[in-house]
Design a protein around this ligand. Structure first.
Ligand code: ZN
Length: 262
């Protein structure tokens, strides 16, 4: 799970520094740092931080080469400053804005990807479960995208529908196949994940969580039709033309965390 991106900006020229510094300005989960020392960088890191190196190149662009490109393997952005910075120092603001937009969209795409949201959902499930009444009462939270694309429905299943399906079918969403603990009540099934890595074509992973001792476990199964039907029914009960909320799952976590501190 990634919930924070640090832009490690390697100084090139003042204007490019400024461009990177302002690329994630509207998203507080994107944190720019200009030439941080290793200690400064380490201080901001935790297990859920992605560090993206930001470089600039002054060479001439090749034909059709993008003004800003992200390399997933090296986790780095490279911008071609020739596009917006002329040798006499004059700036092409339109081109610079284009680079900024590409960078911001790509970074937000990483944070809000289905896989990442799915991991956020699983990690914060205990909070969502505890605060489910608050979520049911607030359409912005209820209809937030939680990374579930369910192919039988050809649709995204929002957070509230998942919680409702689990709450209204608690016998089904319990596992007796062991949840890694010996508590009196069986652990809950909180997620059904298809293994789209392609290793097990028919296999699904059930993620469990025990509300009593908080232990978690993954169970591989080949049949999930009961769960799918159940989620599909709940989906049709609650989803009309509302669409998905513009509030992100990260925002929901934050609002609920603040509320629970009170
Ligand atoms: Zn337990």
């Amino acid at each position: 799970m990634i919930d924070k991106i640090i832009l490690n900006i390697h100084h090139s020229d003042d204007y490019t520094d400024y461009l990177f510094l302002t690329a994630g300005l509207t998203n507080k989960r994107i944190i720019p740092m200009l030439d941080p020392s290793p200690t400064e960088l380490m201080d901001r890191l935790d297990g859920t931080t992605l560090v993206v190196d930001c470089y600039s190149s002054g060479r001439n662009p090749r034909k059709n080469e993008s003004i800003a490109s992200y390399n997933q393997r090296t986790r780095s952005f490279n911008v071609l400053s020739r596009y917006y910075l002329a040798e006499d120092g004059s700036i092409d603001a339109t081109q610079a804005e284009m680079a900024r937009t590409i960078i911001q969209d790509r970074l937000e795409g990483i944070l809000l990807s289905d896989d990442n949201l799915h991991e956020v959902y699983r990690r914060y499930f205990p909070l969502f479960w505890k605060k489910r009444k608050t979520i049911y009462a607030d359409p912005r939270m209820f209809y937030t995208k939680a990374g579930f694309y369910y192919s039988p429905l050809f649709a995204y299943v929002p957070l509230g529908v998942m919680l409702k399906a689990i709450e209204d079918n608690q016998d089904l969403f319990r596992t007796w196949q062991g949840g890694g603990c010996n508590c009196k009540n069986a652990p809950m099934i909180i997620d059904i994940d298809d293994n789209d890595e392609g290793w097990y074509d028919d296999a699904w992973t059930l993620h469990t969580w025990c509300p009593t001792c908080s232990s978690r476990r993954e169970i591989v199964v080949s049949e999930v039709i009961y769960y799918q039907n159940c989620i599909g029914k709940t989906y049709s009960d609650f989803v009309s033309n509302y669409g998905l909320s513009s509030l992100s799952l990260f925002d929901v976590v934050e609002e609920l965390s603040i509320a629970s501190d009170r």
